[in-house]
Design a binder for this molecule. Structure first.
Ligand code: 16G
Length: 239
């Protein structure tokens, strides 16, 4: 599984150009130049222009009106765009200093559940990383991540560096995730690790993260201390 880094680079440059154009000369709800004009301005293909627009639309900076075109979003729409973050980014944005303790790192055969989430054949090899995640030195979550094939061989994993940074350095850029959030009760081992009484409430978030082409890169289960973590999101009635 590889990503086309040359193309990724190009659309990011185009996205940066469009971002600058919005800041310098466009107002909310102004129309963006047409795809053809953007192709000419940047000397790139239609596909690259579309990838750049999709990226900015995901950030809430642009919105599409079917059959009409692409327009500049309003600032409060930007703020509402939910952002896919790593634990490191999430904690930094909440004003905490993140760290980790590796509990386990191994090669394992995917269970049928893991295989179906990563779209692998049951029994296919993957890397499993289990970490205790801390905020300001206090246990916050237990995270179990499965990465398919040789996305990140265990000998290459650096426990001091954000997993998402390591993945992106290897060309696996996480772009989108499907998440399921549910209540959980901590078992004896998890509660000891998190420093709370057994049977305490927790919040479990399962994430299947994919790259821009929709290829699964990780399946992760993160169990947060119920008394320390809340999941925040903005919702809107606009379609
Ligand atoms: C978060 C993600 C997890 C990811 C990890 C990477 C959720 C629910 N889960 O815990 O899927 O593997 O961050 O963190 O947000 P890192 O880049 O800081 O190592």
């Amino acid at each position: 599984m590889t990503v086309d880094s040359a193309r990724r680079h190009k659309y990011e440059i185009v996205a940066a150009g469009i971002r600058a154009m919005i800041t310098d000369s466009l107002q909310p709800n102004d129309a963006l130049p047409s795809e053809r004009e953007l192709m000419e301005i940047h000397g790139v293909s239609r596909m690259t222009v579309r990838a750049a627009i999709a990226r900015l639309a995901d950030e809430g900076l642009l919105y599409n009106v079917h059959g009409s075109g692409t327009y500049v979003g309003s600032p409060n729409l930007f703020a509402k765009a939910p952002k896919l973050t790593s634990f490191t980014e999430d904690m930094v944005s909440r004003g905490h200093v993140p760290s980790s303790r590796v509990l386990e790192i191994s090669r394992t055969d995917a269970s049928s559940k893991t295989a179906s989430r990563l779209r692998l054949s049951p029994g296919a090899e993957c890397t499993r990383i289990r970490r205790l995640r801390l905020a300001d030195g206090n246990p916050m979550a237990i995270e179990t991540v499965y990465l398919p094939g040789d996305v990140l061989p265990i000998e290459d994993f650096d426990a001091r560096v954000s997993l998402y940074v390591q993945l992106s350095e290897r060309g696996y850029e996480i772009y989108r995730a499907e998440q399921e959030i549910q209540a959980a009760i901590l078992d004896a081992e998890s509660s000891t690790l998190l420093g709370v009484p057994a049977g305490s409430a927790a919040l479990e978030i399962d994430r299947i993260a994919t790259d821009r082409r929709g290829l699964p890169i990780e399946y992760a289960r993160t169990i947060y201390r119920g008394d320390r973590y809340s999941f925040q999101m903005a919702v809107t009635r606009e379609s």
